[in-house]
Each structure stands twice: as structure tokens, then as C-alpha cells.
Design a protein around this ligand. Structure first.
Ligand code: AMP
Ligand code: TRP
Length: 333
């Protein structure tokens, strides 16, 4: 059945997609749609680990689907679907919970961080979040998972769970590899370049939303925190702000750090920030136009969701049935 290798990835519909999501993840999904069988989910169940406003969650789920397509994912070539539309994810997650140790979950940095930022709601879902993610990936016999750097640890635990299960029951799961890009995997906050750019950040000046207007984008870049050296050179440790802007510019225009240093030799930070802002705004313009068009066509988006859910379900139930059989659950007949 496996004529091509399988790619799976997902994004939570928990806020407006940021430039970090785009450069760390989506931009790497687009060029692979012919070479691989690609499955991309809108992981709404994951988003529930933090309190969501129901109406907003619905709206953001649709908007994220429209953004996937607007960014260039062809719904005919890729399976695009909403996680909660395929019951197999929650089912396999339960099983895998019983093959995951609380010790390994308590070492997850995202859990530690989110426990701090949501101290009033450290729920069990937040703790077992990586197990649901493992289920997402393993259900489809995924070979490759393109994600940003922050998901590296979750990929490692997914591999550990898969290997542990296979060691007991034979080759049930493909053990997936992470694909983390060299440039763009860690886009940092514009005001606090020591933190990652996050769509749930309270201060909108910290991130670029894919739906920000060109003016807002340029303004946010002009306000970005830099340093007092006044030289454009890449140095993550001593110049985190400038280095972050350089990695954004590098991803967007496809230049190396060396070429960027040459381009802006003798120029000030003001010129550089202006140019980065303009380049980002130019890149996002066609995506925003397409997104607007798609959001106006509810029927089209609904059909894609429905078709995606059916395809995802068909693919994943093969794995789920095999798992049930291996562990000794009686088939319903
Ligand atoms: P999330 O927004 O947490 O659902 O993340 C969706 C995808 O975007 C994952 O592959 C993340 O690794 C990636 N991502 C999120 N934030 C960033 C960032 N600041 N830089 C690079 N990649 C990111
Ligand atoms: N945990 C990922 C994030 O926060 C989102 C995600 C959920 C995911 N399931 C996935 C990514 C499966 C890749 C594969 O970014």
C-alpha cells in the first residue's frame, strides 16, 4: 500500500497562525506534496489542553484550514482534516497512555512551560498531550514529521513509545523521523528574542500573525528589539534580536546569512528592519488574499473537511484495528 513515504504534521487552532508556524512548519510542507503522501491535521483536541472560547475555536479551526490551502497545500494532493473528526486519534491515545510512563511525560519542557503559564489549569490533558501527538503520528504509519524545533522532544517520545510497543507486539508502527529545518525552525519573539514567537502570546507586538496587515507587519518589525552594536551580523548569543530578524529574512527571501550581511553592510538597523518588514508583508500578501476568498466560501471548506475526515479515517483504522488485535481486545465482529 505504501507507494510513497508518508508525512504527517499538525498545528493547533489556538490562535492566529504566526510567522513562526509558517517558517518553522508550513513552508516545509509545500514542496513535498508530490513526492510524499502528506496528511496535515488541524489538531483541535490538542488545543483543548488550554481553555478555549467555543465560538472562537470553531472560527479558528475553519480559518486554519483556509490558511493551509492559502499557503499552498492542495486539498487534492494532501489529506487535510480536523483531528476531532477522526475518532481514531482519541482511541489510540488512550491505548498509548497505557504504554507511556509518567516519569517520561514529566520531563517534557512544553508541559513544564505550560504548567507555569497556565498555573490555574494544570489538567491531565496537558500532561498526556504528547501521547495524543504520538497517536496522531503513529496512526498513519508516518515516516517523516516536519515540525519546528520546539517539537523535537515530542518526536523523541513518539519514537520511544512506538519502539516500546513494537518490542512487545512486533512491527505494528513505523518509527517516524523528525524533519526540522536548518533555518526558520526557531523564530523568536520580536520584543523578547530570548523566547519563541508564540501565537498565544499576550502581547501582539511579539509576533507577526499571518493575517496582519502590511502596515502592521512593517510597524511591528520597526519596533523589534535589537542591540546597540549597529552592525548586521549573525550571532545568536550576543545579538539575539538581529539574528532572529536575519533568520526570518533568510527564510523569506532565500538568502544565506553571509549574503544578508553583505547586503546590509554599512546600513543601519532602521533600513534593515524596514526591508525585513516589507519582505514579510510581500510574502504574506497573496496568502492573505487567498485566505479571504476561501473564508467567504463556507461550502467549499466544509466539503474539504468532510472529504479529509473520510480519507484520514480510512487510513488510520487499519492501524487501530491491528493494535486492538495485537493487545488482545476482542473484535466486535
Ligand atoms: P503550534 O503553534 O504549537 O501548534 O505549532 C505548530 C507548528 O509550528 C509546530 O511544528 C511548531 O514546531 C511550529 N512552530 C511554532 N512556533 C514556532 C516558532 N516560533 N518557530 C518555528 N516554528 C514554530
Ligand atoms: N504538538 C504540536 C505543536 O504544538 C502540534 C501537533 C499535534 C503535531 N500533533 C502533531 C505536530 C503531530 C506534528 C505531528 O506544535
Amino acid at each position: 500500500m505504501k507507494d510513497k513515504k508518508i508525512i504527517f504534521s499538525g498545528i493547533q487552532p489556538s490562535g492566529n497562525l504566526t510567522l513562526g508556524n509558517y517558517l518553522g512548519a508550513i513552508i516545509n510542507w509545500i514542496p513535498r506534496q508530490d513526492e510524499y503522501n502528506c496528511i496535515y491535521s488541524i489538531v483541535d483536541l490538542h488545543a483543548l489542553t488550554v481553555r478555549q472560547n467555543p465560538a472562537e475555536l470553531r472560527q479558528k479551526t475553519r480559518s486554519l484550514l483556509a490558511l493551509y490551502i492559502a499557503c499552498g497545500l492542495d486539498p487534492d494532493k494532501n489529506v487535510l482534516f480536523v483531528q476531532s473528526h477522526n475518532g481514531a486519534h482519541a482511541e489510540l491515545a488512550w491505548i498509548l497512555n497505557c504504554y507511556t510512563y509518567t516519569g517520561e511525560l514529566s520531563r517534557m519542557t512544553q508541559f513544564k512551560e505550560k504548567s507555569q503559564s497556565h498555573a490555574d489549569n494544570i489538567n491531565a490533558g496537558l500532561f498526556t498531550y504528547p501521547v495524543l501527538m504520538a497517536a496522531d503520528i503513529l496512526l498513519y504509519q508516518t515516516d517523516l514529521v516536519p515540525v519546528g524545533h520546539d517539537q523535537k522532544q515530542h518526536l523523541e517520545i513518539t519514537r520511544d513509545i512506538a519502539q516500546r510497543f513494537n518490542n512487545i507486539y512486533g512491527e505494528v508502527f513505523t518509527v517516524p523521523e523528525a524533519y526540522i529545518p536548518e533555518v526558520g525552525a526557531r523564530i523568536m519573539s520580536l520584543q523578547q528574542p530570548e523566547n519563541k514567537m508564540s501565537k498565544s502570546d499576550e502581547n501582539p507586538n511579539n509576533y507577526i500573525s499571518l493575517l496582519d496587515s502590511p502596515n502592521t507587519i512593517v510597524k511591528k518589525f520597526k519596533r523589534a528589539v535589537t542591540d546597540s552594536e549597529r552592525i548586521i551580523r549573525y550571532d545568536e548569543k550576543d545579538k539575539p534580536g538581529i539574528s532572529n530578524l536575519m533568520s526570518i529574512y533568510a527564510s523569506v527571501v532565500g538568502k544565506s546569512y553571509k549574503e544578508i550581511e553583505e547586503e546590509f553592510q554599512g546600513k543601519g538597523y532602521g533600513d534593515f528592519k524596514q526591508r525585513v518588514g516589507e519582505a514579510v508583508a510581500e510574502t504574506l500578501k497573496p496568502i492573505q488574499e487567498k485566505h479571504r476568498e476561501l473564508m467567504a466560501d463556507k461550502g467549499y471548506l466544509d466539503n474539504i473537511m468532510k472529504d479529509g475526515a473520510e480519507r484520514a479515517e480510512n487510513l488510520s483504522y487499519r492501524t487501530l484495528r491491528k493494535v486492538y488485535k495485537k493487545i488482545g481486545l476482542v473484535p466486535r465482529g
